[in-house]
Design a binder for this molecule. Structure first.
Ligand SMILES: [Zn+2]
Length: 209
């Protein structure tokens, strides 16, 4: 299904996992929100990973073919990282899990981040603030906020509570930050509700015997 028809899903409670969820089956057909360059720009915007002025500059300075190529790289990064997470979710990461992250570290080494002093908003306690920003020099730099989100996921998230939605056909992953860690569904509105309806039908059937 065309990704333009439906907004991307941000239900993971962790940006690195939201990125893995950029391909999903929200209704019946699979949707890949980063299936081309324009899709990648749109997803990054919806994820709040790229400022609006950068988005406009990227559109102006890159050819559609260049953007499509970056989207293809993002998709292979996504599927490689999905394998990494699938293999380890449900248990805390250990030092030995670092070795397989080498491709991600190589990508991070190409990042051009630097600090900048900028004016603080009207509600800020100080007039000026220090903030990290990037030299968005090529279309490829679009991969950098994603790489950062993946790096933060493996270094800040307790993988014990990284879960896959229990919906039978659902592929969505999330970080369970609920108290008691009892979250089972990507969202109550989608899979949670489906499960409730299925359980209700099963009970009715049983009652009718
Ligand atoms: Zn689900």
């Amino acid at each position: 299904m065309d990704y333009r028809l439906i907004p991307a899903m941000f239900v993971a409670d962790a940006p690195g996992l939201d990125f893995l969820n950029s391909v999903a089956t929200p209704v019946d057909e699979p949707v890949d929100w980063i299936s081309d360059g324009e899709g990648l720009l749109g997803w990054l915007e919806q994820a709040g990973m790229i400022p609006g002025d950068v988005l406009a500059a990227m559109r102006a300075q890159s050819t559609p073919a260049e953007l499509d190529e970056v989207a293809a790289k993002a998709r292979s990064l996504r599927e490689w990282f999905r394998g990494y997470v699938q293999k380890r979710k449900g248990r805390a990461l250990a030092v030995k899990d670092l070795r397989e992250l080498e491709p991600l570290n190589q990508l991070l080494a190409r990042d051009e981040q630097h600090g900048q002093i900028v004016a603080n908003g009207p509600d800020g306690a100080t007039a000026l603030t220090f903030r990290m920003t990037r030299k968005w020099q090529s279309a490829e730099s679009l991969l950098m906020p994603i790489a950062e989100a993946l790096a933060r996921l493996v270094s800040e998230e307790d993988f014990t509570h990284v879960k896959a939605c229990e919906g039978p056909k659902c592929t969505l992953l999330f970080a369970d930050h609920t108290r008691g860690h009892a979250r089972r569904w990507c969202s109550m509105a989608v899979c949670g509700n489906r499960a409730k309806v299925a359980a209700h039908r099963a009970r009715l059937k049983e009652a009718k015997g």
